[in-house]
Write a protein of this length. Structure first.
Length: 332
């Protein structure tokens, strides 16, 4: 299955989209914040990001869902900064330390070279863009440069779900696999813990658009994802994620056939240790309640993290080399 971005490149549409998206940086509306700053002149809005992409880490990631990581790993590109402010973010070292991330700006051509390194030298199954919502124009420009260099693997858009629908529509045919969070069912908690008071409606609208573009998950004979939607849902303590409401919405508004990834890896990180509602791991009872819910709703496609040690999923971006010390093996 040839990725759609190759045909878009040859038709000239990929370049047209790159130009269109870059033009929007002059009064930035790339994400829902719509800060309207001129990022082409390196004016900083909510995401503290300018004209160039910020790449904080590049690695073969073996801890993603089995259909994403496979046996050779997912070619993961961690973008710096973020358009959310999650108080429990496990990537806070790169998502909320803007001064340090400034030194990690690279050109779009260099980003294209990183993609080819992951594909050709590390043999990764796909290119996995993590936290890309504020760098959509740079992502598309880099793909445009990478295609004549030989890029040919599926592209994964690994997002918090807080995206602008107008930006997602520009990605149609470019992105093969959407790997999106559905973090909250309540805007009260989305505002308090992520500074996103409109998260629920945005994320749900975006998931419907992603589903329209790529449909349900398609895997090859080796079980590797080639195309489709995967919705991640992180269980938070004290019912803060709204698991029942969110999973019920997925089953009813999309389909019980949607691929769902249930994550039990929550660990109090960043500011969460000082917030009583977030200051503990999830309990076995909370975990088992979600497993029963999956069964009741008929959500049978996807994966569930086991109740292993959440620490094995926690990256350290100050570590030399790979940000993950071990390969998690608790998906089932």
């Amino acid at each position: 299955m040839e990725p759609g971005y190759i045909a878009l490149y040859h038709s000239g549409e990929l370049e047209r989209r790159a130009n269109r998206l870059e033009g929007r940086l002059a009064a930035c509306d790339i994400c829902p914040r719509e800060c309207r700053v001129n990022r082409l002149e390196d004016e900083a809005g909510f995401c503290h990001s300018g004209r160039l992409p910020i790449v904080s880490a590049v690695c073969a990631h073996h801890g993603e869902e089995p259909a994403i990581s496979g046996i050779r790993g997912s070619g993961t590109i961690f973008f710096g900064n973020c358009n959310l402010r999650c108080v429990y973010c496990q990537n806070y070292q790169i998502s909320q330390d803007w001064e340090k991330q400034k030194s990690k700006e690279i050109s779009c051509h260099a980003l294209a070279e990183r993609m080819l390194y992951l594909q050709d030298e590390l043999g990764c199954h796909n290119i996995n863009f993590v936290s890309p919502s504020h760098f959509v124009p740079q992502l598309v420009r880099a793909v445009l440069e990478a295609v004549p260099m030989g890029l040919r693997v599926p592209l994964v858009y690994n997002t918090s779900g807080y995206d602008a629908i107008s930006s997602l529509k520009e990605l149609e045919g470019i992105i093969s696999i959407y790997l999106t969070d559905l973090r909250y069912a309540s805007d009260k908690w989305a505002e308090e813990f992520s500074q996103a008071p409109d998260y629920v409606a945005r994320a749900r609208e975006n998931i419907k658009e992603m589903q329209r573009q790529v449909g349900n998950l398609v895997q090859d004979e080796f079980g590797l994802a080639q195309r489709g939607l995967i919705v991640r849902h992180l269980i938070l303590p004290n019912g803060l994620a709204g698991c029942e409401e969110s999973l019920t919405w997925l089953a009813r508004e999309l389909s019980p056939a949607v691929t769902v990834s249930i994550m039990s890896q929550y660990l109090p990180q960043h500011l969460a240790r000082q917030i009583p509602l977030l200051a503990r791991k999830i309990s076995t009872a909370e975990y088992e309640a979600v497993l029963r819910l999956l069964n009741d709703l008929g959500l049978e496609n996807g994966w569930v993290q086991g109740m292993g040690s959440p620490e094995e999923y926690t990256p350290d971006f100050e570590r030399e080399g790979h940000p993950f010390v071990a390969t998690p093996k608790t998906w089932r």
